[in-house]
Design a protein around this ligand. Structure first.
Ligand code: HEM
Length: 227
């Protein structure tokens, strides 16, 4: 439990990138190909012909399911996050991004050989799984207002930087983008953010940047049931 807590306090994904650049993993790194994508580029379509594992080096990607013009965001990937091309989801660049790719079976062989790589790899996969459970929980149990609060709460928990006034979160997304992620409209999300600002829970400080002033209240809004 103690180990899990201290590991949780590390930036999960960053651990994977750091590990990749360690001298003992140089054979793995040498097999990865760097690919650069411009904002809005769709990297992979469902069940893409290329069977690749990729690790995000820079930027932000959105993984989503799409049907008949409707979209459901599954996860946002940032530096150090790992994903693959062989799922039924689309992967799109939300900003200019760089990914390190490797054919699936080559990756499997190399990753299992490099002992030190397993822990950050499992941590990164665990983060992905945790995000999927949160998504199902939010969609099934919570209304849109809770989903918006949960989005900010989880961003602050994982990526927030402590300041004297609260946790500073660089979400790097427009309100429109956030609406797509939580499955709502820009107007609804905008008015929910205004409500939280009025209640002193968070404050927009710059484009895509928010200060969470009251993490306890935000947590309560996001997950009102006692744990
Ligand atoms: C080590 C290399 C990997 C191997 C050998 C592997 C193998 C497979 C296989 C055999 C399937 C079933 C495909 C099918 O039903 O047609 C699958 C599905 C899947 N894999 Fe992987 N995989 C690897 C890496 C990854 C990684 C790194 C991720 C994500 C982080 C991932 C996520 C998934 C998901 C989400 C599915 C289900 C796809 C869907 O039903 O839409 N895999 N994988």
């Amino acid at each position: 439990m103690v180990i899990l807590m201290s590991l949780k306090n590390q930036r999960f994904g960053q651990g994977l990138l750091e590990s990749l650049y360690k001298p003992e993993n140089s054979d793995l790194l040498s097999q990865l190909n760097e690919r650069r994508y411009k904002k809005r580029h769709i990297l992979f379509m469902p069940h893409s012909k290329e069977d690749l594992v990729f690790i995000v080096k820079e930027g932000k990607l959105r993984v989503y399911l799409g049907l008949d013009g409707k979209e459901l965001s599954l996860v946002l990937l940032g530096p150090g996050d790992i994903y693959t091309s062989h799922t039924r989801a689309y992967v799109v660049a939300m900003e200019d991004s760089v990914v390190l790719t490797c054919p699936v079976f080559k990756f499997y062989t190399l990753a299992t050989k490099n002992q030190g790589f397993s822990l950050p790899l499992f941590m990164s996969l665990g983060k992905l799984l945790s995000g999927s459970i949160s998504l199902i929980e939010n969609l099934y149990f919570y209304d849109i207002d809770k989903r918006v609060a949960a989005y900010f709460y989880e961003e602050a928990l994982v990526h927030g930087d402590e300041t004297d006034d609260g946790l500073l979160v660089h979400v790097g997304l427009t309100v429109d983008n956030i609406a797509t992620i939580v499955g709502s409209s820009r107007q609804t999300v905008s008015s929910l953010i205004s409500g939280m600002e009025k209640d002193g829970i968070l404050k927009k400080v710059a484009r895509g940047e928010y200060l969470v002033k009251n993490m306890d209240e935000l947590k309560y809004l996001a997950h009102p049931c006692p744990e």
